[in-house]
Design a binder for this molecule. Structure first.
Ligand code: PMP
Length: 402
């Protein structure tokens, strides 16, 4: 008998499984709207020009291949924190932000989960929005936290269930941890307004909740990295101590390079130094130290004013192309095809994704009959649409709904 004969087959990953089904499909009209990776107007993966230039500079310099420190490239983490918290951030200027490089956003969440499980003195419970990115629950559960949920999505309006959100945060035990998507909520594409963020901040303060921000899409929501950082910066300005996971997968298109950062705001430089020392103790047994190349690229962009402005324009270009696809799709469904249903949310949703409201049966039919792939919850990556396939997509949705 083999040692592993009793290992049961696990379910395929709900998002990456969509890509596998897409790959196996031989139809030339096939469209993959499952995975959240940006595609250009021709449907191709997009390497940013600012990234190419930063890589050229790295290649010219032939940096050595020594290990990075446990918490990564120091210039990179400093610049990543400035991008998120803002150049005028008080804890940043006080030297009170503990920050480490991470294996993209996923690694940042995992380091944060493990650090909170070990050192957050008040609670081991983290509240996630319903729905949330599918990987949040296993990340935090495997980190040693207990996962609970707060209401977020209102099916009837395809909008934010703000009353439900507030009621659930008010009902949570004091000092629980609460995960907040900083911008471009995945999968719904629905964000609180700045006014609503202020109310959420007040509830978090009243209930002494601990806010953990996941910012995987800074710049992708509005096209402006500073506008998308509103929630994080507002909370910090209100005196909250926060945890923050950052990813450069989407906004720099560095998916496979795995570049991210995890940070905590602390009281003062002495406390920061103690927190830093414990972050190292969490990270060292996980993977010793992070990879270098992606951090060199991101830092090359963040530290060079010319590359930085070129990058900002490219982020805006990606966000704008997605917004234009939202307009087009909305017009095709609601005006040209008169597809049954209300499609306004496609235009009002923010960031990479649209939560279409298509049912599981309809998404299944779209895959089988039209070769159009999306996650079973009806989430589509808007970035997978372009002038060449949007009409076919709209007609396929129309057929699936009728
Ligand atoms: N958080 C959210 C909400 C996400 O959507 C993603 C990517 N899909 C991540 C974190 C992490 O992605 P990565 O590890 O590729 O940075």
């Amino acid at each position: 008998l083999s040692t592993w004969s009793a290992v049961p087959a696990g379910p395929p990953d709900p998002i990456l499984g969509v890509s596998e089904a897409f790959k196996a499909d031989k139809d030339s009209r096939k469209i993959n709207l499952g995975v959240g990776a940006y595609r250009d107007g021709a449907g191709k993966p997009y390497v940013l020009t600012s990234v190419k230039k930063a890589e050229d500079l790295i290649a010219t310099n032939h940096p050595d291949k020594e290990y990075l420190p446990i918490t990564g490239l120091p210039e990179f983490t400093k610049n990543a924190a400035r991008l998120a918290y803002g150049a005028d951030s008080v804890p940043l200027s006080q030297g009170a932000i503990a920050v480490t490089q991470s294996i993209s956003g996923t690694g940042a969440l995992r380091i944060g989960g493990a650090f909170l499980a070990r050192h957050y003195p008040h609670s081991k419970v983290i509240y996630l929005p319903t729905p949330s990115w599918g990987n949040h629950t296993p990340i935090f559960r495997d980190s040693g936290l207990e996962v609970r949920n707060y209401r977020y999505f209102d099916k009837s309006t395809v909008g934010l269930d703000f009353e439900g959100l507030k009621a659930d945060l008010k009902a949570a035990p004091e000092q629980s941890i609460v995960l907040l998507h900083a911008c471009a909520h995945n999968p719904t594409g629905i964000d609180p307004t700045p006014e609503q963020w202020k109310e959420i901040s007040d509830i978090v303060q009243e209930k002494k909740l601990f806010p953990f921000f996941d910012m995987a899409y800074q710049g992708f929501a509005s096209g402006s990295t500073s506008r998308d950082a509103f929630a994080v910066r507002h909370f910090v300005s209100q005196g909250h101590q926060v945890a923050l996971a950052q990813s450069f997968a989407k906004n720099m298109g560095l998916y496979g390079e795995r570049v991210g950062a995890f940070s905590l705001t602390t009281a003062d430089p002495a406390e920061k130094a103690r927190v830093d020392s414990q972050l190292k103790i969490v990270i060292r047994p996980m993977y010793s130290n992070p990879p270098m190349h992606g951090a060199l690229i991101a830092n090359g962009i963040l530290s060079d004013p010319a590359l930085y402005s070129e990058w900002e324009a490219e982020v805006k270009g990606m966000a704008d192309r997605i917004i234009s696809m939202r307009e087009k799709l909305y017009n095709m469904l609601s005006k040209d095809l008169k597809t049954p249903g209300e499609w306004g949310h496609i235009k009002s949703q923010i960031g990479m994704f649209s939560f279409t409201g298509l049912t599981q049966l309809q998404t299944k039919a779209l895959a089988e009959k039209a070769h159009v792939y999306m996650t079973a919850d009806g989430r589509i990556s808007m970035a997978g649409l372009n002038a060449g396939n949007i009409e076919y997509f709209a007609e396929s949705v129309d057929a699936a709904v009728k």
